[in-house]
Write a protein that binds this ligand. Sequence first.
Ligand code: CAA
Length: 283
Amino acid sequence: MNVEKMMVIGAGQMGSGIAQVCAQAGYSVLLHDLKVEVVDKGLGVIRKNLTRQVAKERMTEAELEQILARIRPSTELENARSVDLVIEAAIENMEIKASLFKELDELAPAHTILASNTSSLPITEIAAATKRPEKVIGMHFMNPVPVMKLVEIIRGLATADEVYNMIEDITKKLNKVPVEVNDFPGFVANRILMPMINEAIYTLYEGVATKEAIDEVMKLGMNHPMGPLTLADFIGLDTCLYIMETLHEGFGDDKYRPCPLLRKYVKAGWLGKKSGRGFYEYA
Ligand code: CAA
């Protein structure tokens, strides 16, 4: 089976980035969201990213138009009837994902692979909502998608080897590096990254150092491109809290308890860069 047509569900930060890299690799992509305004916003972000590439003379205007022409907007899930691969990048909520995958399973042709960009939810549980668990897999891209090389590929309990191999091939065609991971809470990336971020928040909470000092230590001392508190703002504090809760619940181990300061900020609506305020303020 050859994957030619894809559908990316969710036109937010991750979904639009995924649609961009897929279209750049030559795939025909449907960018889907519930509201046309959200899809338009996602398409606008893609155009802006590609325009920057043209300005840097890495791409011609004609190439930009060809890439954009490969992405079509969608607000009808019915469109899944015509695709070979769905990459779901909707909200991180198990109930929503399970009902979405159930519907996709009913709509998509039998050969279609259903992938999820979930950052920490169990692929096996998402797959159980369908009648094709062997064709369900995790494709966890990193933010910002056009820049970051890694894609964690998560095998659910029933994922077929053939499906894994196809997704690995596609990931390479997207000019990304696939890394194989088994299905445990947080996979590898967030199992290691989020406790580090959570610990940085505890360090602030306990008054060990200022936010700027904590970030500086990790940037200059460990050569991280962003300090952990800046990175938390970049990822979204609600997402960080959700992942910590998934780890806490999934392992039943208090070493993953979310810092009360993280909870407080999320309750206040201080969600990081996207809401204009998190650990830092954004214009
Ligand atoms: N979209 C597209 N391109 C972007 C971008 C975006 N949102 N942000 C930056 N870029 C591009 C810039 O255009 C620039 O491209 P060129 O080098 O080709 O000109 C390049 O990235 C570097 O950008 P800047 O010079 O503006 O800034 P920088 O050097 O500080 O890099 C960064 C920005 C790439 C985001 C860097 O700070 C970084 O790597 N930060 C850490 C990111 C990270 O850890 N991501 C993983 C988050 S965890 C996750 O995603 C998993 C999860 O489930 C939560």
